[in-house]
Design a protein around this ligand. Structure first.
Ligand SMILES: [Zn+2]
Length: 216
């Protein structure tokens, strides 16, 4: 089956165009992870970790996943995130496991979910949680307001307005861990992540951090 798929939709490395893989081992070695950022203006957020810069082939890859529906990219992306965290941030991973942190994917509005057929952040977060042995809860937060695509908005304040009050708590049942990792595939201004963090507030979290594959 995979041979037929390879023939119909040939795989190639997004970086060097080598066939049969989306991210070849040689190119993976050349990727340098970003460092952790603390958000001075948002002390309620422990830290933000955007693993790689949102540019070049990685940007094309995420665009293909979201807008050209290359669903098949999910395993490669998840593996990239999990291996980068295990290798480069073992202390953080340990901390998350010790505190039973729960990965919360940024939800899509049902309209966009139906249009695309999947929520890429949820699929990736689900696999990453399994691989890193972390809790995963895709049902804690709802997106009740359909917002414009953040990428289409040029200014930071427009992006903040766009996602303000877009989310609500689906359940007020207090999550045991109270430590949350808000996950999205990409964050440029972090306004969506901050809006989700705001929504988690009634749960009195002990800690919230942000995790994305790519960011600025
Ligand atoms: Zn390559």
């Amino acid at each position: 089956m995979s041979l037929i798929l390879d023939f119909l939709f040939p795989k190639y490395c997004y970086f060097c165009h080598q066939p049969h893989t989306y991210l070849c081992p040689a190119c993976l070695k050349t990727l340098t992870p970003n460092s952790i950022q603390t958000l001075l203006e948002h002390p309620e957020i422990d830290f933000s970790l955007s693993l790689f810069r949102y540019s070049g082939p990685l940007k094309t890859l995420l665009h293909d996943l979201k807008y050209n529906f290359v669903y098949d990219l999910v395993p490669s992306i998840s593996e990239l995130i999990s291996s980068t965290i295990s290798q480069n941030y073992p202390n953080i991973l340990n901390h998350w496991r010790t505190h039973q942190a729960t990965v919360i994917p940024v939800p899509l509005h049902s309209f966009r979910h139906n249009w695309r057929g999947f929520n890429q952040s949820e699929l990736i977060a689900s696999k990453v949680s399994q691989q890193l042995k972390l809790n995963f809860d895709p049902f804690l937060i709802n997106r009740h307001r359909l917002t414009s695509s953040q990428v289409s908005l040029p200014h930071h304040h427009l992006r903040l307005q766009n996602v303000a009050n877009a989310f609500s708590l689906a359940s007020t049942e207090i999550n045991q861990s109270k430590n949350y990792i808000v996950f999205d595939d990409v964050a440029t201004t972090r306004s969506t992540l901050l809006s989700v963090a705001q929504t988690l507030k009634p749960l009195n979290p002990n800690s919230i951090c942000f995790l994305t594959l790519a960011g600025s």
